[in-house]
Design a protein around this ligand. Structure first.
Ligand code: REL
Ligand code: ZN
Length: 421
């Protein structure tokens, strides 16, 4: 049925945007099968690398990086809590996110009693917390990031059952094959693949065999990599050969997309470890060349620099094998999500994946999705509002369809797969 006032349209959209189930197509989370690889709880949340770099802004020269890394997780968490929540107010996106999590978990935020929060969560099992967080956040499906070169993770796939939770899917991560080839060769060889640093016929075959075997083993939805901003394609280099002669052929054989996250500059400040990565401008023409060279290969693309976003969105108008996704990392802040969602909808309509969470700690699903849903809902509502004023009345079913496209179906349709029930 049609909705009979513009305020009702707004209310309905904003309410549905907050509650409709979502598919989170890129995270660093794991199902409970992976044991300690699944991070959750108060201390893990506080030592999130986003908060580590923010805390160091308030540290003195006497507080060395080494001293921080030498502390236990609990001590690090206390240190961060003091700097970002007690000595200053938690207004940044990541700090505010921690408060949203506490609030939605039903903890008394006003008490500011960290030990009390720790105790409440310590009484839960991992499985309970996974269920609870998925319920609160209304996240229906989580795509992991899976790296066979990680010994701990490999063990789960090879010697245990792998992933047994149907709410989770795998994505095969291939960073070192593209960005740290000598190291990748060592890994391949230790796993029994006859690869050499030199790009020989046998090496190509072995890389393809490795990729194929792991895609099948983990049932990977797509191949994934994050690339530095100076990624050029095509070029006379290892990356181009790897993409042309191993990765794209294997993706095509298995009918899966290739996800490239472009524009990271790793370890700008190595002392901060994982928190020391930065963004950099990239050349969108690398994506353009990939899409043109391989019209039947699908590419899931996100970029890290704000300056690349508009051009990338325009490019998606030119290539149906390009799906733009997410507001990645430093762009996952209110102002950028709003700006990007606006021009994406204005250029592409609803044929985009507006957000992914990139969560590393399970409860982060709560804040990352709540904050993004609100903005996406508001932006979409403003578009319906204009239509309404021109006499175009959307029905509630159409609103649901559009939100479902944005939050689920665009991803699954692009994969050519049914969304798991
Ligand atoms: O997948 C990636 O490469 C990045 O998302 C991560 O490296 C990054 O550390 C992540 O936590 C950002 O949100
Ligand atoms: Zn990521």
């Amino acid at each position: 049925q049609t909705i009979d006032s513009v305020t009702t349209v707004k209310e309905i959209v904003e309410q549905l945007a907050m509650t409709i189930p979502v598919t989170d197509m890129h995270t660093h989370l794991f199902s409970a099968d992976f044991g300690d690889l699944l991070l959750w709880g108060i201390d893990e949340l506080l030592i999130y690398h986003y908060l580590i770099s923010e805390s160091f802004r308030w540290s003195s020269d006497e507080e060395t990086y080494e001293a921080f890394w030498a502390m236990s997780k609990r001590e690090q968490a206390d240190w961060i809590w003091n700097k970002l929540f007690i000595e200053h107010s938690p207004v940044s996106e990541a700090a505010n996110g921690f408060i949203t999590i506490l609030h939605r978990l039903g903890l008394d935020v006003s008490s500011r009693n960290l030990n009390e929060y720790r105790e409440v969560l310590a009484n839960r099992t991992t499985a309970q917390q996974v269920d609870e967080v998925l319920r609160i956040s209304n996240v229906k499906h989580v795509v992991m990031t899976n790296d066979p070169f990680d010994a701990v993770e490999r063990e789960v796939w090879l010697n245990r059952e792998g992933n047994t939770d149907s709410r989770f899917s795998a994505a095969l991560r291939v960073d070192s094959l593209l960005n740290d080839w000598p190291n990748a060769v060592e890994h391949l060889r230790s796993l029994g693949y006859e690869a050499s640093v030199e790009w020989t016929e046998q090496t190509k075959e072995e890389v393809r065999r490795f990729l194929s075997e792991w895609i099948v083993r983990i049932d990977a939805l797509y191949l994934a990599v994050s690339m530095p901003g100076d990624f050029v394609y095509p070029a006379e280099d290892h990356r181009t050969r790897m993409i042309d002669e191993a990765m794209v052929p294997v993706c095509q054989k298995h009918g899966i997309p290739f996800a490239l996250m472009i524009g990271v500059r790793r370890r700008v400040n190595p002392e901060l470890r994982l928190a020391g990565d930065m963004s950099m401008d990239s050349d969108v023409s690398a994506v353009e060349a990939l899409c043109r060279t391989y019209p039947t290969q699908k590419f899931l693309i996100t970029m890290l620099a704000r300056s690349n976003q508009h051009e990338l969105t325009v490019l998606a108008r030119k290539f149906r094998n390009l799906m733009v996704f997410g507001c990645w990392w430093f762009l996952h802040i209110e102002s950028m999500v709003e700006e990007m969602t606006k021009f994406r909808l204005e250029l592409l309509g609803t044929s985009v994946i507006p957000q992914h969470s990139d969560c590393r700690v399970f409860e982060q699903l709560i804040y990352k999705w709540e904050h993004s849903r609100r903005i996406i809902g508001q932006v979409l509502a403003s578009k319906y509002e204009r239509l309404y004023n021109s006499g175009w009345k959307v029905t509630e079913d159409e609103i649901k369809r559009d939100l479902d496209d944005l939050f689920n179906r665009n991803f699954w349709r692009f994969l050519g797969k049914e969304q798991p029930e």
